[in-house]
Design a protein around this ligand. Sequence first.
Ligand SMILES: NC(=O)c1ccc[n+]([C@@H]2O[C@H](COP(=O)([O-])OP(=O)(O)OC[C@H]3O[C@@H](n4cnc5c(N)ncnc54)[C@H](O)[C@@H]3O)[C@@H](O)[C@H]2O)c1
Ligand SMILES: O=C(O)C(=O)C[C@@H](O)[C@H](O)[C@H](O)COP(=O)(O)O
Ligand SMILES: [Zn+2]
Length: 363
Amino acid sequence: MNIPVKAKSHAYEVQISANRLTEAVKSFDQQLSKADKIIVFTDENVWRLHSERFTAEFPYPFKVNILEAGEDCKTFESFFAAQSFLLEQKCTRKTFVFAFGGGAVGDLTGFVASTFMRGIPFIQIPTTILAHDSAVGGKTAINHPLGKNMIGAFYQPQGVLYDISYLTTLPEKEVRSGMAEVIKHALISDEKWLAELMATNSILDFSQADLAKHLEQGIRVKASIVAEDEEEHSVRKFLNFGHTYGHAIEAASGFGKLAHGEAVMIGMVYALILSERYGTIPATVTRSFIEFAVRNGYSFDAVKQFTFEQLLDYLMKDKKAEYGILQFVLLKKIGEPFVQQISIEECQEIDGLLRVLIKEVLA
Ligand SMILES: NC(=O)c1ccc[n+]([C@@H]2O[C@H](COP(=O)([O-])OP(=O)(O)OC[C@H]3O[C@@H](n4cnc5c(N)ncnc54)[C@H](O)[C@@H]3O)[C@@H](O)[C@H]2O)c1
Ligand SMILES: O=C(O)C(=O)C[C@@H](O)[C@H](O)[C@H](O)COP(=O)(O)O
Ligand SMILES: [Zn+2]
């Protein structure tokens, strides 16, 4: 199954398959056979679990750069070390880079590729559910201690080779994190799809076929938005649903403590409460959404660990903010996102409502 991503700067495909990595990589033979070097970036966990299989399946000689796992690889230090690695390996503009891992590996690798000698080609080989989102659309970045994804570039991969048979080793926490972005794609695009997800007994143990169906649907939502607005001037903001408050919680917790999707889930509840006020989302929907989240093991404990004042500095660094005013992605109804400016006073009020609601639902 190939899904086209017609980004303005560069069109490419997401190839979704199972147990077909060799064929997928070979589909780039024309470019790869001309490369002077092929470098694979991965992380310590992915490499521990999959190096043998990957090496057997990858059809070209390559050198590997093993990164620290998780957000620890999205740092200035890791960026610098990765550039040093490429220089030490005598890489040039004829070098091709692969990102074999989750969103953290993909974000770091993409940013390194975008800046090494002002840009060398890279391909994403995602290994997490979450990466159905992160590997597509060309947002690349590292974190700054003061804020999430603060330094980065829009830089599209040459392709995305999503062999979902590599997902079977994911721990439950990462399945949950990844499914949060699937739920986000449903919330911003399709009421029926969201209802189907919410009616599922557990979203953590889909069969491979059902999971593939949801991932494909999520990728289609993302691809069509990116085709319309690659650099987030308009509709791409919708993909940030739940991220303004979510990123603040994620950054305040210390990168890597909460998985990205776990934080986004909290942020999506915050955005739903705002959507009751500015859209037509009934309060009952927000409540059943929290119940659905709790049923599937999402935790809201992180909210209690911070005061609104502690979150505010991070909130204000949201990249959608304009002239010091925060912009939230909200829903008129499920599947109909829009962007709304919200004052700091109102943000604080909603933060209070979120805390009360969580307490009530969990009681
Ligand atoms: N660029 C984008 O558009 C975009 C979109 C969403 C999220 N993101 C970013 O992506 C990152 C989150 O991505 P993620 O959740 O994939 O995280 P990740 O890359 O940190 O992976 C999560 C954990 O799972 C492990 N892992 C990866 N694949 C595995 C496998 N197959 N089996 C077992 N363990 C495996 C990793 O080693 C890591 O410990 C965040 O930094 C977030 O900001 C970017
Ligand atoms: O692709 C996008 O656009 C997104 O916003 C997808 C998000 O899921 C992702 O977490 C993204 O990295 C957030 O971007 P940021 O600009 O808020 O850092
Ligand atoms: Zn995200």
